[in-house]
Design a protein around this ligand. Structure first.
Ligand code: ATP
Ligand code: MG
Length: 390
């Protein structure tokens, strides 16, 4: 008898010709993120063998693997009816002790040479459970618990309960993107949703030293550590100093446009980093209408400076929804730490909420040193690699 997890995967089953590749990616991600004893693909499911690992720890880590729909903890046993009985009773006992009253056995016989049909298995093992726990009753329509018995050629799986996972697609199948990670609540959540659609992430953060300190760096790295739990190869993080650009804009451009001009510089630097890192899109935590930088015209003016596709996973979110998710994924408490990222120190008094793109371009074209300063900032980029070591 061996502890296993039976994993059912979601959309990746639908991907036609790519299916094999998706499955391979999923298995590879499980190996790297969950670090179990072994993983095999069997009969359209994935079997995770936990070896000496703690099932509790494996359960937690499986939740961080995108592409899994749900999973069950169970046992693998040999074709030995005595051993099978023992396991079925063991599983039933847990539910009986929780006070559950009705059950059903749900057998499947993928291996047709097995001497009993699935109906016979249901009947015989149902009767056996009733014998051991006389207060239980069978209810085939709406049981309190169900015990699955899956008979396969080399072994039989016994499992119960479906633990829902995060769904989505295996990280990496959609390629790579660069997340603009601020110290706020939104961008880490945007990163989570991007990863859920199969994107492997790198992050880029702009800081304003010396106004920002080591504490800001630590805060950003802590956010990165939370995001890295979902990434099979860890997270590459970039930090770029924006101070010289912010000062130059402040001194040489109309105050009301300084925010948009800063953001346009961010986009150009992000595009440089993305191209080097082979990232095909930029992800931001923007959503519509919260703040001055996020009106439709301002967003368009900011995006205009990017040479890559800009994705905004939170575009339709309310702040309450984003906050709830941030708490769920463990980034909220880090995000509300007081250490600032770049913008606060240089925020304009009255930022323009409607910007005319032609005017912005004209103002920018008169900022002669801007391009050099952006290249200098790019050269000063610092790189960190974080992995989640629990
Ligand atoms: P967040 O909660 O993610 O900070 P926000 O509601 O504060 O978002 P803005 O400050 O307008 O909104 O930022 C919008 C997006 O721009 C952020 O979600 C992030 O993707 C990006 N961004 C803002 N500031 C920075 C920064 N200093 N470094 C990297 N990206 C940033
Ligand atoms: Mg912010």
């Amino acid at each position: 008898m061996e502890n296993v997890f039976v994993i059912r995967y979601s959309e990746i089953g639908l991907k036609g010709q790519n299916r094999g590749w998706f499955e391979k990616k999923l298995i590879d991600n499980i190996l790297k993120i969950v670090r179990p004893a072994a993983v095999n693909k069997r009969y359209g499911r994935i079997i995770v063998r936990i070896g000496r690992n703690d099932p509790e720890v494996i359960t937690q880590r499986l939740k961080n693997v995108f592409g899994i729909q749900n999973y069950s903890l169970g046992y693998a046993v040999s074709h030995d009816l005595e051993e099978l009985r023992e396991v079925v009773i063991k599983v039933a006992k847990v539910f009986v002790e929780q006070g559950l009253k009705t059950f059903k056995i749900n057998a499947q016989r993928g291996y047709k040479e097995f001497p009993m049909t699935s109906l016979e298995i249901n009947r015989e093992f149902g009767a056996y459970v009733l014998e051991s726990f006389p207060n239980l009753k069978v209810d085939v329509h709406n049981p309190d618990f169900e015990i699955g018995i899956d008979v396969r050629e080399k072994e039989i799986f016994v499992f119960s309960g479906k633990i829902p996972s995060s769904g989505g697609l295996p990280v990496g199948v959609s390629g790579r993107a660069l997340l603009l990670l601020s110290g706020g609540i939104d961008s880490p959540v945007a990163g989570w949703y991007a990863m859920r659609r199969g994107l492997e992430l790198q992050t880029l953060t702009f800081l304003s030293p010396p106004m920002t300190t080591e504490k800001s760096v630590e805060k950003i790295l802590s956010l990165g550590r939370e995001l890295s739990k979902y990434l099979p190869n860890g997270l590459r993080m970039w930090i770029v100093p924006l101070t010289d650009i912010q000062m130059y804009i402040k001194e040489n451009a109309p105050d009301e446009y300084s925010l948009i001009l800063q953001r346009r510089s961010m986009m150009r630097i992000a595009s440089m980093i993305a191209r080097r890192s082979k990232a095909k899109a930029i992800v931001t935590g923007e959503n519509l209408g919260q703040v001055a930088s996020q009106t439709l015209t301002n967003m368009a003016a900011i995006e205009d400076a990017s040479s890559l596709l800009v994705l905004r996973p939170l575009i339709g979110f309310d702040k309450v929804e984003t906050t709830k998710k941030a708490k769920e994924i463990g980034t909220f408490d880090i995000s509300i730490q007081p250490y600032i990222d770049s913008c606060v120190a240089f925020a304009p008094k009255r930022p323009a909420t409607k910007s005319d793109i032609n005017e912005i371009r004209k103002i920018e074209s008169q900022l002669e040193k801007l391009s050099d300063l952006e290249h200098e900032a790019f050269k000063k980029r610092e790189s960190y690699r974080v992995t989640c070591t629990e």
